[in-house]
Design a protein around this ligand. Structure first.
Ligand code: FAD
Ligand code: NAI
Length: 474
């Protein structure tokens, strides 16, 4: 009998397993994804086909883009540049293998028992494991943590054939650069993977159903980044809903509605990235007692406890943003609660990053959200065009926006489009965890020259004290 059995070894599940083991509990982690030898491959979507391979390709493709005629203003002219896509993919795959192998190593060091197979939650804290050879094992446990993650949503109008019409996993593994690439959905995946292939030479068109670009982001950031992505060659068609697609032998013809008119386009490949759905199919026996919400997510309270006793659920399979760091922190909280500690998670401060170039990142509330909640606020902004370091590193697009409470000056949100946006937001987030005001950040010394100084200046700008932008004297 285990103290804890975790179903799913992604960033939510494997972190929960390691933390529970650190706390002295006897833990097993069941993973369905196996290698050619039949062993479990841990790391989930994030390490295998998500965060890590996408960031590896974003980095490689950015280097290729810079080397192919975009360094001339630095006085660097590179001739006869050649793309070796197999080598680029090999590097990406090598990083994935290193990291997934690393999790197995961490499990061994922490005495977490790996189990290969498909887990199903039965009543009475039992888990049925179906092995790849069809055999079944029943595992008993005092606590079950479900971390089965999510999968790409498939739409009727463009069904995956894993060749011409692909999901994000397929788009991370093209064997040649498609001359033309259609992307359905201008969300996080559409922008990141659209950027990768555009930088490598594809003509990329993104079809987005909503009229607003990046509706979840700060409006000014969305507007500024939209302009910049267009300049980078991403043709983003807003307010266009895909209605049908025809999979021809070497291409895909799509039809979409644009302002009531039907338009058509042809692409060599089509990526469908319209969101992800929780992996909850065939996960429960009828008497397991675990309830799902109306969208198929496992219903949990603020501490990730399901309505069945001693069954918990974390990560993409429950409410909240589908982000690796959110799932991992939930894993730690649940492991600690199982061990009798009183861990909590601060859902107000989960950062979001879109790893385009420049990056988009934010934490806390944006102006629209604060207005809808009738909260009075002050705004400070600082453009990277006025940052010495941003100019020196040739990344002077975008700005930092800091929002604080009109009365208390407590920082309520930080939104960045520009160089190292993710790292800048992380600095702001740490200060927000400690309840900082914009004045506190303004009184903090930042190294010069760094792009982070833009955060300092934005904090000063909240109270009209920024040094490197022209504040009007009253
Ligand atoms: P998953 O990572 O999906 O892991 C679930 C695991 O459970 C899988 O290994 C699966 O095989 C296994 N499993 C499922 N059902 C069973 C079962 N019944 N029995 C046994 N095992 C089972 N997030 C970020 O924060 N930053 C990023 O930069 C980022 N980039 C991304 C890029 C792409 C292209 C994609 C697709 C996603 C990206 N994400 C990113 C999202 C991130 O990958 C997910 O939020 C994260 O992986 C969720 O973790 P999880 O552990 O909940 O689920
Ligand atoms: P998404 O929710 O970010 O974006 C989907 C987009 O598709 C939306 O803009 C939506 O309006 C649009 N859409 C939906 N149906 C459509 C249709 N029929 N026609 C045209 N457009 C349509 O989902 P995405 O990009 O698939 O990513 C899934 C999740 O993976 C993200 O929500 C995020 O949580 C995670 N992720 C995180 C990353 C990061 O943190 N950097 C990177 C990649 C993914």
């Amino acid at each position: 009998m285990y103290d804890v059995v975790v179903i799913g070894g992604g960033p939510a599940g494997y972190v929960a397993a390691i933390r529970a083991s650190q706390l002295g509990l006897n833990v097993a982690c069941i993973e369905d994804y196996i290698d050619e030898k039949g062993g479990p491959v841990f790391g989930g979507t994030c390490l295998n086909v998500g965060c890590i391979p996408s960031k590896a390709l974003l980095d490689s493709s950015h280097r290729f883009y810079e080397a192919s005629g975009h360094l001339e203003n630095h006085g660097i002219n590179i001739k006869d540049i050649e793309l070796d896509l197999p080598a680029m993919m090999k590097r990406k795959n090598g990083i994935v293998q290193k990291l997934t192998g690393g999790i197995s190593g961490l499990f061994a060091a922490n005495k977490v028992t790996p189990i290969a197979g498909r887990g199903k939650v039965l009543a009475g804290n039992k888990v049925e494991v179906t092995k790849s050879d069809g055999s079944i094992e029943i595992v008993d446990s005092k606590n079950t943590i479900i971390a089965s993650g999510s999968s790409p949503i498939e739409i009727q109008s463009a069904q995956f054939d894993n060749n011409n019409i692909v999901d994000s996993t397929g788009a991370l593994d093209f064997q040649s650069v498609p001359k033309t690439l259609g992307v359905v959905g201008a969300g996080v995946i559409g922008l990141e993977l659209g950027s990768v292939w555009a930088r490598l030479g594809s003509k990329v068109t993104v079809i987005e159903a909503m009229d607003d670009f990046l509706f979840m982001a700060d409006k000014e950031i969305a507007k500024e980044s939209f302009k910049d992505f267009k300049k980078q060659g991403l043709d983003i068609k807003l307010g266009c809903r895909l209605t049908s697609s025809k999979n021809l032998k070497n291409s895909v013809k799509i039809s979409y509605e644009n302002n009531g008119k039907t338009e058509e386009m042809d692409f060599e490949k089509l990526v469908v990235a319209v969101g992800r759905k929780p992996n909850t199919q065939n996960l429960f026996s009828e008497d397991s007692g675990v309830h799902l919400d109306e969208r198929g997510f496992i219903f949990v309270d603020d501490h990730c406890q399901t309505n069945a006793s001693n069954i918990w659920a974390i990560g993409d399979v429950v409410r909240g943003p589908m982000l690796a760091h959110k799932g991992s922190e939930e894993g730690i909280m649940v492991a600690e609660r199982i061990a009798g500690k009183h861990a909590e998670m601060n859902y107000d401060l989960v950062p979001s990053v879109i790893y385009t170039h420049p990056e988009i990142a934010w934490v806390g509330k944006n102006e629209e959200e604060l207005k809808s909640e009738d909260i009075d606020f002050k705004v400070g902004k600082f453009p990277f065009a006025a940052s010495g370091r941003a100019l020196a590193v040739d990344q002077s697009v975008g700005f930092v926006k800091l929002i604080s409470d009109a009365k208390t000056d407590t920082i309520l949100g930080v939104h960045v489009f520009g160089p190292s946006a993710a790292e800048i937001v992380q600095q702001a987030l740490i200060s927000m965890e400690f309840g900082a005001s914009s004045e506190d950040l303004g009184l903090t010394i930042f190294s010069h020259p760094t792009v982070s100084e833009a955060l300092h200046e934005a904090a000063l700008a909240v109270n009209n004290q920024a040094i490197h932008i022209g504040n009007k004297r009253k």
